[in-house]
Design a protein around this ligand. Structure first.
Ligand code: MF3
Ligand code: CO
Ligand code: CO
Length: 291
């Protein structure tokens, strides 16, 4: 059925189509002839109410990571991080999204050194000087999701490892800056990141990347951190997704821990770093909402 100018908009804003997403749809149509560009499906375009909900979840998620940053130090275990994350999310009325997610057993991912991602907290992993750790937190609040991760360096970290952590953080920023609503695509984010990282000689994980988020944990699009300009999904206002590059000091090759079915390690045992935030595409540009 065709939607008329006075019908309620498909975004469920309760506004009339003509004052809501009618122009948006006209604009999208203009890109439909380019075979390299994918048009975003309606289900991933968030309305104002959903954006407000996601921002509230992000506020809790940010608070949790702020508290984690104060307690992460030499001598603590990753299980202690998990406990703090669980307590803070639930005390703030939220649910840790990872807990029970396809059977994942904990409230946070803690990936140390050569662990690329999905490290499972336990009481045997004691942080020691020289370690780097990624703490990845996802909060569900009133049904809305926000997802972010930060790196922490414990005590005396080797200069070359510090560099990896810093370059990875900057890679995320460079990817974010590639977002230009109605002008760039998901591939531009990956392109910007891969061009930035190339001169350092690191490798970027291609097969695990960012994702749409907000109404569900993992939505479209898949945000690969390697890409080509003007390819993939067009970036338009109302999209919410993560940018979360995983960058290895050595080779890209990785394997999954068979005993837990989750944790990803670098094949060459060299360190890997990751920083993640959740971003919102706006009319004017983009906004970082969870970091
Ligand atoms: N937070 C991770 C991401 O950035 C996903 C973790 S899923 C888990 O997408 F089950 F491993 F926790
Ligand atoms: Co994510
Ligand atoms: Co995450």
């Amino acid at each position: 059925m065709k939607i008329g100018p006075n019908s309620p908009c498909w975004c469920k804003s309760k506004k009339k189509y003509k004052v809501c997403h009618m122009q948006f749809d006209e604009r999208l149509k203009g890109f439909s002839k380019n075979p390299k560009i994918e048009l975003p499906p309606r289900e991933i375009i968030k309305n104002d109410k959903q954006i407000a909900g996601i921002k509230k979840a992000a506020k809790v998620n940010n608070l949790v990571l702020d508290e984690v940053s104060k307690m992460v130090k030499e001598g603590i275990t990753t299980a202690e991080i998990d406990l703090l994350v669980y307590k803070l999310i639930t005390d703030n009325g939220g649910i840790p999204a990872t807990l029970g997610y396809y059977g994942y057993p904990k409230s946070v991912c803690t990936s140390v050194n050569e662990q690329v991602c999905h490290g499972i907290p336990d009481d045997k992993t004691v942080l020691k000087s020289g370690d780097i750790i990624n703490v990845d937190v996802t909060t569900i609040l009133d049904g809305f999701y926000a997802d972010a991760s930060r790196m922490f360096m414990i005590g005396d970290v080797a200069e070359e490892t510090r560099k990896l952590v810093e370059v990875t953080k900057e890679a995320r920023e460079v990817g974010f800056k590639a977002i230009k609503p109605w002008e760039t695509c998901v591939g531009d984010i990956g392109y910007a990141i891969s061009e930035y990282v190339k001169p350092f000689g690191y490798s970027i994980i291609r097969d695990i990347g960012g994702h749409g988020v907000g109404i569900d944990f993992h939505e479209d699009p898949y945000v690969c951190h390697i890409g080509q300009p003007m390819t993939g999904m067009l970036l338009v206002p109302g999209m919410v997704f993560t940018i979360e590059p995983m960058i290895n000091m050595g080779k890209e090759d990785f394997y999954e821990d068979e005993s837990n079915g989750w944790t990803i390690y670098t094949e060459d045992k060299k360190p890997s770093a990751q920083w993640e935030y959740t971003v919102l595409v706006t009319e004017e540009g983009a906004e970082i909402i969870a970091y």
